[in-house]
Design a protein around this ligand. Structure first.
Ligand SMILES: *[C@@H]1O[C@H](CO)[C@@H](O)[C@H](O)[C@H]1NC(C)=O
Ligand SMILES: *[C@@H]1O[C@H](CO)[C@@H](O)[C@H](O)[C@H]1NC(C)=O
Ligand SMILES: *[C@@H]1O[C@H](CO)[C@@H](O)[C@H](O)[C@H]1NC(C)=O
Ligand SMILES: *[C@@H]1O[C@H](CO)[C@@H](O)[C@H](O)[C@H]1NC(C)=O
Ligand SMILES: *[C@@H]1O[C@H](CO)[C@@H](O)[C@H](O)[C@H]1NC(C)=O
Length: 946
């Protein structure tokens, strides 16, 4: 036969088979893929929509420098002119301001209704009466303390002005000589001082106010006309014995959200400490927490310098007399060019969003890997000859391709719709960064997959990682990055967690694009990597190194942990050992087994002698030689060790089908597991085509077929695709492959009616079973294991399947476990009954029946009155008859074959019928089932005794 020349598939053939299978699988999963890829698309579109909304909001006139229409030429035509003078407070920030206006420096004065008055929660009685609040005439209170009260009094007295003289031709200067203040709140910039545009009066703090002391001032500040009322407010200074008293009073008067709460605010407080005539030492309390009504915190420090100037001025007047003054004339912002309000949302939100987008691949890869592991598909592929090398290479390349396409779509799409995050930064830099990260991510998924065996757990953990990493990155890690005092080593340590490394990289990109956009320069370039604050270089190095480490770790863990390879944690050392002792058959350790052998049945003993013979003189006619194999599961949690297989010897020539019968838990599955490399034997070994199952499993896999007890199929692949894949793994190519698949499909009756091209997920249980059998037989494996191949099949399918197996038997050894005696009789050339971990008997079905079943079974049902008569009749037929069953009139006897003739039985029954009523009777030859029950019972009884 040509098939005999079939060599094991090469690395590339296996890789090719897996690749084709994966591609088909992926085509089937197109919906999932579209969903996966559409996630970044949706996110990008969302960002763009938000960005458009923000831009439209920012482009509103209220956010741009104010303009007006002016008829400059006098022809009635309108000309648009823009500038600070036409802007309101919000618009001012975007105007070009070559020459910022000068504003009188103001003091932050509490609004009249908040000014300090006498209340029950403040122990001091020197405050004004509460009645002033309703009149709006409460004084503005200053508090002061220090080591020398009389000096303090002098200083405080110098601070407030006695009267206000406004020189209308120089109003700014006159306000500077008084103590001007406002209860409005300053803005983030002071191009326009809100105090002069809000319609509330400017206060002038004086030692005494006279009625109608309100004056109106107007001044032209850089062409901005200002018209303001100046209202007198009485300045009220109060001595406190210590700074802690001041603290306490300020604290108690603080305005809170609660409207019931009494509020007592003061203007400022001074502690003159140890000041004297030679030394001026002061500390000042000021309120920087003022907020306007919309809750916007503003940079209120612009109102602080005036309070310092007040104290300095008071001190110099104390030293040099009232003629000397330190005039604080005006405050003025620095000039600036016109700007546009711009907010790049993709840079702002991008880091968190894009972290999620990229991390999202992790659970996808992880679950896909765990799926193959959970469904035991990985081991199934391995058992049909797929080596670890091709599996890793193709899986890796495959996920890399998916990640790559995903990222490519993401970046291209983001760029096309114009997200600055992508367009501003150098594309080659982005490419390297993303490429490094997706590689690291795939390696991590491989590593993580080795630790999970349940797809749901893996998915849940995966997604928790995704969201957790994003959130921790955005709300914790980012603060550490921004905090320049945080040690750099700490940040690098955190970046060792790959999620944070990704976050950092994206953060750097977003920062670069944000500032680039804001300043009108460009985003990140390769040259920026040398910048010491740019964390991109360190992130890339970390990711590159981690990728190496993780990929090796993942491969190592996979080799140790994954079922099927069962390698010890130090497996790589065996590579050296293997070469020195390549093919040694263990004939020395056999003495101990003799003791057992003596107790065994002669047929079993004979089999083990045959095995010994075969081991001494290797002979290629036997495909499977099992040499006293044992499996002991170590005792756990106080249970004693469990002997699953207690020494089994078996020799199977080619062309034989060996049936293993045995009650549940007899150790059949343990035996098969050892044979297919899922577990290692505790002692002993087996040779499949001369290869040792302990060390050369990889070689055995190439010529082995397995039909597992539970169907291991890809739900979304068709029957034909399954067979094509496994056929390729078995090195079938071209027309040989198509032919083999076709024959195989026909053989298991899956060819007609388009069944072959239906997805396996839609198959009935029987169809799946037949497909599993077809898979185990494709590519002409020399050894096939079938674990209960016909369970769950209807009689017609079962017969069909049997025919397939019978035909397949010709050139190969098949080990089959079954609970169906019929199946065993039809298919198997030899049977072994396996009880409690050891073979009880072995032989072909006829022999076994003859040996264990040398009797007929006679059954008769009468009324219970005549039971005695029946027994007498039977004893008469055969004195050695043995009653094996008795229940309310029905009795079963075993009649030794040599004692009786069937004709005598009929006669006796006829005779009996004439004497009493016989409801039913029967005579049967022993079946295999009787043999089985007998052997199983006997063995168990023996084991209980021993
Ligand atoms: C307190 O200050 C006043 C005014 O300068 C001075 O005359 C007096 O000696 C000072 N008292 C003390 C105890 O230093
Ligand atoms: C008002 O200010 C102008 C300009 O500084 C000055 O010339 C004039 O003398 C001032 N008038 C008074 C009454 O101080
Ligand atoms: C402050 O000190 C003065 C003099 O030492 C004393 O009379 C007064 O009771 C003190 N006030 C408080 C509130 O302790
Ligand atoms: C200013 O006052 C503080 C607080 O009492 C004190 O620690 C510091 O030495 C004083 N400075 C001078 C120059 O006296
Ligand atoms: C400081 O300003 C805040 C905000 O306007 C206000 O709630 C608080 O009462 C002020 N504190 C004092 C001591 O005036």
């Amino acid at each position: 036969m040509a098939d005999l020349s079939l060599r094991p598939a090469s690395f590339w053939t296996q890789a090719n088979a897996l690749l084709r299978k994966n591609v088909t699988y992926q085509k089937r999963n197109i919906k999932t893929n579209i969903r996966l890829i559409s996630f970044p698309f949706i996110l990008c579109i969302l960002l763009v929509a938000l960005q458009a909304f923000i831009n439209s909001q920012l482009d509103k006139p209220s956010n741009n420098c104010g303009c007006t229409c002016r008829d400059t030429t006098g022809d009635g035509k309108c000309e648009k002119v823009c500038g600070l003078e036409y802007s309101d407070l919000d618009q001012a920030a975007t105007c070009p301001i070559p020459n910022p206006p000068e504003w009188p420096p103001l003091l932050q004065v509490p609004a009249p209704e908040y000014r300090a008055v006498r209340t029950d929660f403040i122990p001091f009685t020197d405050l004004p009466n509460e009645s002033c609040r309703s009149l709006g005439s409460c004084p503005a209170t200053f508090l002061f303390t220090g080591n020398n009260q009389s000096l303090g009094k002098i200083l405080v007295k110098n601070m407030v002005s006695t009267s206000l003289n406004i020189n209308t031709s120089d109003a700014v200067d006159s306000l500077a000589t008084g103590v001007a203040g406002s209860d409005t709140y300053p803005q983030t910039n002071n191009f326009l001082d809100p105090a002069f545009f809000s319609g509330v009066p400017i206060y002038n703090v004086q030692s005494q106010c006279f009625p109608n002391s309100t004056v109106s001032v107007s001044f032209l500040e850089s062409a901005i006309p200002v018209q303001e009322e100046v209202q007198c407010v009485q300045g009220f200074s109060l001595w406190r014995n210590s700074s802690s008293e001041i603290n306490d009073e300020l604290y108690k008067g603080y305005r809170k959200g609660n409207p019931e709460r009494k509020i007592n605010e003061i203007v400022a407080a001074y502690d003159f400490l140890n000041s004297n005539g030679n030394r001026f030492n002061v500390s000042i309390w000021f309120n920087s927490t003022y907020k306007n009504d919309s809750g916007q915190t503003s940079i209120g420090l612009v109102r602080v310098p005036r309070s310092v100037n007040l104290a300095s001025n008071a001190y110099i007047q104390f030293l040099r007399g009232p003629g000397t003054k330190i005039i604080f004339e005006f405050v003025k912002e620095m000039p600036k060019p016109g700007t546009k309000l711009r907010l790049d949302l993709s840079s702002l939100l991008g880091t968190l969003f894009f972290t999620w987008v990229i991390l999202q691949l992790f659970p996808v890869i992880l679950t896909s890997l765990v799926y193959e592991k959970q469904q035991k598909l990985r081991i199934m592929m391995k058992m049909h000859g797929l080596g670890d090398g091709p599996y890793w290479m193709i899986s890796y390349a495959y996920f890399l391709l998916i990640s790559f396409i995903y990222m490519l779509c993401f970046v291209i799409f983001g760029s096309v719709i114009g997200l600055k995050f992508f367009t501003m930064n150098d594309y080659s830099l982005q490419f390297v960064f993303y490429f490094l990260y997706i590689n690291l991510q795939i390696a991590l998924a491989f590593l993580a997959a080795a630790m999970f065996s349940n797809i749901k757990t893996a998915a849940v953990v995966g997604y928790i990682c995704v969201f957790g990493t994003g959130l921790l990155g955005g709300f914790l890690f980012q603060f550490f990055i921004q905090d320049t005092s945080f040690p750099r080593g700490g940040i690098i340590a955190m970046e060792l967690y790959p999620g944070f490394a990704l976050y950092r990289g994206l953060y750097e990109f977003s920062q670069a694009s944000f500032t680039g956009d804001f300043l009108g320069t460009n985003g990140m370039r390769w040259g920026d990597l040398s910048d010491s604050v740019n964390g991109m270089a360190e992130v890339m190095i970390i990711m590159f190194v981690e990728w190496f480490v993780v990929i090796f770790l993942a491969f190592y863990v996979d080799q140790v942990v994954s079922s099927g390879s069962g390698k010890s944690p130090l497996f790589f050392l065996q590579i050296f050992r293997k070469n020195t002792s390549s093919f040694r058959r263990p004939s020395l350790q056999r003495q101990d087994s003799k003791v057992f052998v003596q107790m065994e049945k002669p047929d079993v003993l004979q089999e083990s002698e045959k095995v010994e013979q075969l081991l001494l003189e290797p002979n290629s006619s036997h495909a499977i030689v099992v040499d006293n194999i044992k499996k002991v599961y170590p005792g756990r949690d106080g249970n004693s060790a469990k002997f699953a297989v207690r020494g089994l010897s078996l020799a199977l020539p080619r062309g034989e089908c060996f049936g293993m019968l045995g009650p549940n838990g007899a150790g059949k599955t343990s035996f098969i597991s050892m044979m297919i490399g899922l577990t290692k034997p505790t002692s002993g070994s087996a040779y499949v085509n001369g290869l040792d199952i302990r060390t050369q499993m990889d070689g055995i896999y190439t010529s082995m077929g397995v039909c597992p007890q539970h169907d291991l199929l890809w739900e979304s692949l068709t029957g034909r695709e399954h067979l094509l894949f496994y056929g390729r793994l078995k090195n079938l190519k071209g027309s040989a492959l198509t032919q083999a698949v076709e024959e195989s499909l026909k053989g298991v009756n899956l060819f007609n009616g388009g069944v072959a091209d239906k997805q396996a997920g839609k198959y009935s249980g029987g169809m799946k079973r037949r497909l599993s059998v077809a898979i185990s037989l494709i590519g002409d494996p020399k050894v096939v294991y079938m674990d209960e191949p016909s369970t769950g099949l209807d009689p017609a399918s079962r017969n069909n399947l049997w025919n397939v197996v019978k035909r397949a038997k010709q050139d190969r050894a098949i080990i089959l476990t079954t609970h169906s005696m019929e199946e065993a009789e039809v298919l198997c050339d030899r049977l072994g009954i396996f009880v409690d971990g050891s073979l009880q008997c072995i032989g072909n079905p006829k022999e076994l029946k003859a040996r264990y079943g040398g009797s007929y079974v006679f059954t008769m049902t009468t009324s219970s009155d005549h039971e005695q008569d029946v027994e007498i009749m039977v004893r008469h037929l055969s004195p050695n008859a043995n009653k094996i069953y008795h229940i309310s009139g029905t009795q079963k006897f075993e009649l030794p074959k040599q004692d009786i003739r069937i004709a005598d039985v009929f006669k006796a029954v006829e005779n009996a019928k004439s004497r009493f009523t016989v409801f039913a009777w029967g005579l049967a030859d022993t079946t295999l089932e009787d043999v089985f029950i007998k052997v199983a019972r006997g063995a168990q009884a023996f084991n209980v005794l021993s």
